[in-house]
Design a protein around this ligand. Sequence first.
Ligand code: 8YV
Length: 328
Amino acid sequence: MSKPKILVARSIFPETIARLEEHFEVESNPNDESWSKARLIEKLQGRQGVFTTGSERIDAELLDACPDLKICANMAVGYNNFDIDAMTAHGVLGTNAPDVLTETTADFGFALLMATARRIAESEHFLRAGKWEKWSYDMFSGSDIHGSTLGIIGMGRIGQGIAKRGAHGFGMKVIYHNRSRLDAALEAECKASYAGKDELLKTADHVVLVVPYTPASHHTIGAAELALMKPTATLVNIARGGIVDDAALAAALRDKRIAAAGLDVFEGEPKVHPDLLTVPNVVLTPHIASATVPTRRAMADLAVDNLVGYLVSNKPVTPLNPAVLAAK
Ligand code: 8YV
């Protein structure tokens, strides 16, 4: 029997390709070329599966043009690049890569929070630029992490990981806002208490965003929300570009309406709003929250497990639209 055909849309570990080749006829993208949508559609002709990384948009137009496609396996926990309703309507399964990146991403969220609040990037740039001529008592004074109030918007697995780090490791008071309240046992484990969004924004010394991107979460933080925050507060976004209105944030940072921000994700990335590049009180990283070698390997492996699980043994590991399985 001939093997199913799949496409790997972005460059990935050679070991990942080798694993896929055990089961599939694989076309990959070793030079990590940027494919237009038309090119992606062309490449997907006659293919049953695609390995995506979060940057390939899978929508009705693409699905209409790729009648053989059965599964899109995202190497990311977020899947806002998938139009899940259109995929379900086309009988195409979507899978994501949850859990394997939770702790790594929570570590990074905390690292970015600390770098932001303690002005690590800004002070390093100052030193490298040869501007450090003498020490002074008020150089790069930041705000404390320990004992402060941490507000987390989006209390899924990663949000909970950040809460635990803050509460147990740094003695922070943790408040959170989420679509639904956690059960009492989980709140106790995270030492976190529920707060309304406005209350959280007014009270927190540090606000960390970990909500999935949906039309409803677009600009969760805009000018009005920034105006509620303390002038000493920091804001960290490791969720998705579009959760924050980047132009409004740049203006708030410039006018010192909040103290600082740490951003790993941007509206329209890899482009970054030019005003963010000119304000000093922001730490900018290129969407690397899950970037450790073991975690990236685990994410790639889970995407492979989903492709093999579905196309070979009909048992995907982390299906997003199981209605497709039921309809088979
Ligand atoms: C990915 C992420 O690295 O998992 C996610 O949702 O944002 C990151 O971990 C990125 O999406 C590329 O796959």
